[in-house]
Design a protein around this ligand. Structure first.
Ligand code: HSE
Length: 414
């Protein structure tokens, strides 16, 4: 019997306990390990829980119990999750987590402690919820050079954009519905401002390229600026708008990494991933494109990934699994201003004819985009590929001639 502790009894934590207790026989058959949840750490009272006798408010109960070999940290946030995780690893316990914020900000340090202590720190649930992605990248695709990873990594924003695209619902109304349905984080800024997706692409980038890519290195834009007009233009252009987390390795060895809304062609494998679903495309040099699709959030999908990590730890109590990256620094990432891609531009001008002519002069080869029911003074176009710095200079010139720029949205190559 292997004793396990669960830290945090929220949505994911209660799912983890439920999955372990209800699937004991199946877990035993598949892994030759019998698991028991010995402690559940939470500051709240759960007197009516069938597991009431397992609850503790004292972290030391877990830390000082040598019988506890694996700890699931599903508290979320950096503090106190970081201190608890570090203490458990230093005490020789393996830790598994769904906490993307902690892995994205402290991953290198915690993985190093796990290495020194010959224990595991696993985090399959931190990206894509129930979708297997960490293990496939680290193991199944290990023979590849990963050329690029691009994903719809946040279910809440995907739900909002899907409502805007399919039902013509405004951003504000779609967010309200997402909150009512319990999809959004308690503070929806983490979702709609792109921070949650940023943490996830940082974890995937660190895993693929072996150095810690911290969220502050990543240009991050959410979906709060996306309007129904933009959605309509994307449709006329031949695609949809999705919030994409993307990382690719450039020829000079630096990473082009970003989180931002993008125009995606309808033929892309990511274009049809709707509602709260997540989809992650991994472009390997040997495999070509491999796409992972499924529920990126929710109690049982996320718990499924956490419990799979617990089982993996139990099977590797003596021989550590190799999941590791070194610390990293900002020089690993190409400055956003120097990255190169085309954009969609939406603008308004009282003299639309002159403004469109000026845009065509500034952006040779630009392609106009026309949508039904556009306002009289509105026009839009797609630029050619250029650096962000060059494009911004040209847009400043366009503005100086009396044009108001309403939207600038990246065109994806996916
Ligand atoms: N708020 C997150 C999302 C939860 O919407 O995807 C899962 O990480």
């Amino acid at each position: 019997m292997v004793q396990v502790a669960v830290m945090g009894y929220g949505v994911v934590g209660s799912g983890v306990v439920e999955v372990i207790m209800n699937h004991r026989d199946g877990i035993m058959k598949r892994s030759d390990a019998e698991l028991n949840v010995k402690y559940i750490l939470d500051i709240r009272e759960f007197p009516d829980s069938p597991y009431a006798e397992k609850f503790t408010k004292n972290f030391d109960d877990i830390l000082n119990d040598d019988e506890v070999k694996v700890v699931a940290e599903v508290m979320g946030g950096v503090h106190p999750a970081y201190d608890f995780t570090k203490a458990c690893l230093l005490a020789g316990k393996s830790v598994v987590t769904s906490n993307k914020e902690l892995v994205a900000t402290k991953g290198a340090e915690l993985l190093e402690i796990a290495r020194q202590k010959n224990v595991n720190y696993l985090f399959e649930a931190s990206v894509g919820g129930g979708i297997p992605i960490i293990r496939p990248i680290g193991l199944c695709l290990a023979a590849n050079e990963v050329i690029e990873v691009a994903g719809i990594l946040n279910g809440t924003t995907n739900y909002i954009l899907t409502k805007m695209i399919k039902e013509g619902v405004s951003f504000e109304d779609a967010l309200r519905t997402a909150q009512q349905l319990g999809y959004a984080e308690r503070n929806p800024a983490a979702d709609v401002e792109g921070h949650d997706a940023c943490r996830k692409i940082c974890i995937l980038a660190s895993l693929c390229y072996g150095k810690h890519i911290y969220p502050e290195f990543v240009h991050t834009v959410g979906i709060t600026g996306i309007t129904l007009e933009d959605v309509s233009y994307a449709s006329s252009w031949g695609g949809v708008i999705k919030l994409i987390g993307q990382v690719s390795k450039l020829d000079d060895g630096t990473l082009d990494i970003t989180v931002e809304p993008m125009f995606i062609e309808r033929s892309s494998q990511l274009a049809g991933i709707d509602d709260v679903f997540n989809g992650i495309l991994v472009r390997g040099d040997a495999t070509g494109d491999v796409v992972f699709y499924g529920k990126g959030a929710g109690k049982l999908p996320t718990a499924s990934a956490v419990v799979a990590d617990i089982i993996d730890c139990v099977q590797h109590l003596k021989d550590r699994k190799f999941v590791f990256w070194e610390d990293g620094n900002a020089s690993l990432v190409k400055p956003y201003e120097e990255t190169v891609f085309p954009v969609f531009v939406r603008a308004v001008s009282d003299d639309k004819k002159a403004a469109s002519a000026k845009a065509a002069e500034l952006f040779p080869g630009m392609k106009p985009v026309v949508r039904p029911d556009a306002a009289e003074n509105e026009f839009a176009f797609v630029t050619g590929k250029m650096t962000v710095a060059d494009r911004n200079k040209l847009l400043e010139e366009l503005k100086a001639s009396g044009t108001e720029i309403k939207s600038v949205i990246r065109i994806a190559d996916l």
